[in-house]
Design a protein around this ligand. Sequence first.
Ligand code: NAD
Ligand code: G3P
Length: 334
Amino acid sequence: MRAVVMGAGSWGTAMAKVLVDAGTDTTLWARRPELAERITRDHTNADYLPGITLPDGLSATSSVGEAMSGADVVVCAVPSQSLRANLTDWMPYVGTDTTFVSLAKGVETSTLLRMTEVISEVSGAPRERIAALSGPNLAREIAEGQPAATVIACADEDRARDLQDAFKTRYFRPYTNTDVIGCEIGGAVKNVIALACGIASGVGFGQNTLATIITRGLAETIRLGVAVGAQIETMAGLAGVGDLVATCSSPLSRNRTFGAHLGEGATMQEAQDATHGQVAEGVKSCTSVRALADKYDVEMPLTDAVHQVCHSGLTVADAVSSLLGRRAKPEIYD
Ligand SMILES: NC(=O)c1ccc[n+]([C@@H]2O[C@H](COP(=O)([O-])OP(=O)(O)OC[C@H]3O[C@@H](n4cnc5c(N)ncnc54)[C@H](O)[C@@H]3O)[C@@H](O)[C@H]2O)c1
Ligand SMILES: O=P(O)(O)OC[C@H](O)CO
C-alpha cells in the first residue's frame, strides 16, 4: 500500500509519521514548497510540530502530481471548510480505485455535509472507498509517540481492516467501525463543546462546570448523532466520549484554547490573533452543527450558546444565564 497525506499541518504531519512508523510507504504534500523542502531535508516541521523529529523515510513535496503518483490511499488533512476546494484541485491526479481517508473534523457550512459526504460528492467515489479516522488524538501527543487509540470508520469492513494495518504502530492503535456517521458527528460536535469548555475555564469556572458541559455536550452529540443515523454505541466510544474528553480537557486543543480567550474577555479577532491563525474548527462548525440540529429538530443549547457567542455578539455572562435559566427537565437523551 502507498499512502499520500495531503496537508502538512499538525495533524497531517503527525499522521504521516504514524504511517511511516507503521511501515507504510508514505509521501506528505505541503502547500508551500519551502515547508516541503524543510520536511524532506531536516526531518522536522518546525511550523506545526516544533521539536519533533520525523522519520528518515518520510519525504514531502509541494507538487500534487508527484505526491499522488502511485498512491492507493489519499489521506485528506486540510481543514473542513477548505476540503472541497482542495480536493477539486487534486482530483485530476487521483487514481481510479483510490481509497480516501478523511482526517477533518467538521461539517461544511455551505451544505451541512459531513466530510466523507463532501469527498463522495467531489470524487464520485462510492462510500465503500471513503473512510473517516477520528478519536482522542491531539497531534503533538501522537507525534511524540504517546500511546493512544483511534477509530477508522468505513462502510467496507475489509477496507477498514487494511487501513487499520496501514496506521497501526507500537504507540497508535486504530479500531475499526462501520458507523462513519457516528464518528464524524462525534468529531464535529466535540470541537464546539471544547469551545464551551474553554470559555468556562477562561471565565474561571472549575471542574464541576467542565464536567457538566462535557456530559451535557455528550447528550447533545448523542441526540444529533442518532437523528442523522449514527449508532449510539459509537458515541460511547473513542470517536465520541473519548475525543470529547481529550479535547475538552487539554490545553493543547486549539478549540479549547480559542474558547479560553473568549472566556477571558477577548474579542473574536483577539482570540484569532492569540491562536496564531491555527484552525479551531468549532468556530465555523458551530454554525453548521446548529443548522443541522435545526434541520433535524434536535435541541442543542450548548451549541446554540457557543454559536451566539462566536457569531451573534452574545456575551459570555448572558450565555451562562440563558443556559442556566432554561426550564427544568429530566436527565434524558431524547
Ligand atoms: N491537530 C490535531 O491535533 C488534530 C487531530 C485530529 C484531527 N484534526 C483535524 O484535522 C484537520 C486538519 O487540522 P490540522 O491540525 O492539521 O490543521 P493545521 O492548521 O495545523 O493545518 C492545516 C493544513 O491544511 C493546509 N491547508 C490547505 N488549504 C487550506 C486552507 N484553505 N486554509 C487553511 N489551511 C489549508 C495548511 O497549509 C496546513 O498544511 C482539522 O479538521 C482538524 O480538526 C486535527
Ligand atoms: O486542537 P483541536 O481542538 O482541533 O483538537 C484536536 C483533536 O481533534 C483532538 O482529538
